[in-house]
Design a protein around this ligand. Structure first.
Ligand SMILES: [Zn+2]
Ligand SMILES: [Zn+2]
Ligand SMILES: [Zn+2]
Ligand SMILES: [Zn+2]
Length: 298
């Protein structure tokens, strides 16, 4: 059980050996920063386990019903969406979860060479197994080799930008431009692992290393979730204010539609009241309405 937005708890099950995460329907979007951090930590810990293929008779984490495989071949590899037939939720691979959160980058040949040169190995972001230099997909879990983008991970953990800007937490627009997120230096084509200029690590293939890098944000994220800083509360209120005209417009439209229905005579003979010509009842109602307005707003 992990904290979700709006005070809800989100129930998440990890299947360690299979490197799958179960979400009840539409729960992934509701994870808070600290919950996402905990989940990534839990995923990283299961990567010490050798990868298993999900038992064919595995069932829904809620009702036990058989699962239907939703094949979805993307450039990120075999999709492992295993949905409950009764619609309770689905299992997906760690890599797919991270990809849906926008945290993965494709692993280029330049990146592979750099990782091998620096660390002597490339890890599967999904199951943690070692990848061969030219592997198109992980030999164990079938995931396409990819990298976890450190700056995007920091942003996903702290979408409101409440923590002090960190070297790992920079403008994502600059990341898209293939520049170093820490110093702004242009990166050679295909390289997204680290920056030759300032030495910052920009993307990581091992989930545990990525988690270690952002785990220091944990206490501040938890403190923020518990009691948001005043300027964050103000920003949220400003956002609500900006939304008010749209809400008023919506309410006015609903009212107009209701009036129109009434005007069509669906409620008794109210239609008569709005017709032209004098009507004693209308005069009385009008007077009442004016008194009412005067009484409450006068
Ligand atoms: Zn399993
Ligand atoms: Zn079910
Ligand atoms: Zn793998
Ligand atoms: Zn740099």
């Amino acid at each position: 059980m992990l904290p979700g937005h709006y005070g809800r708890t989100v129930e998440i099950d990890l299947c360690g050996g299979c490197h799958l995460v179960w979400f009840d329907l539409s729960e992934t979007a509701r994870l808070t920063g600290p919950a996402l951090l905990d989940l990534i930590g839990a995923m990283a810990r299961t990567q010490d386990l050798p990868h298993l293929t999900l038992r064919p008779d595995a069932g829904c984490a809620r009702c036990g019903a058989t699962l239907k495989t939703v094949h979805n071949r993307s450039r990120w590899g075999r999709s492992l969406h295993l949905e409950c037939r009764a619609g309770h939720g689905a299992y997906q691979s760690f890599a797919q979860f991270l990809q849906e959160k926008g945290l993965l980058r494709p692993l280029s040949l330049v990146d592979r060479a750099r990782l091998l040169e620096r660390h002597g190995h490339i890890d599967c972001v999904n199951c943690g197994a070692a990848l061969g230099k030219g592997d198109e997909q992980c030999r164990y879990c079938g995931s396409v080799p990819s990298l976890l983008d450190v700056a995007r991970l920091a942003r996903a953990l702290d979408p409101e930008g409440v923590l002090e800007p960190q070297a790992v937490h920079q403008d994502p627009a600059r990341q898209e431009a293939m520049q170093c997120g820490a110093c702004g230096a242009a990166l050679p084509p295909g390289l997204s692992v680290d920056c030759a200029q300032c030495g910052a690590t920009l993307a990581i293939s091992r989930l545990g290393d990525a988690h270690e890098r952002v785990a220091t944000l944990g206490p501040a994220l938890r403190a923020h979730a518990h009691k948001p800083a005043p300027e964050v509360v103000r920003r949220r209120l400003d956002a609500l204010d900006a939304d008010l005209p749209r809400r008023r417009e919506f309410a006015a439209k609903m009212q107009a539609e209701a009036d129109q229905r009434r005007g069509r005579g669906e409620v008794g003979d109210w239609g008569d009241l709005f017709s032209s010509g004098t009507n004693p009842l209308r005069a009385v109602l009008l007077a009442l309405a004016i008194w009412f307005v005067w009484y409450f707003w006068g």
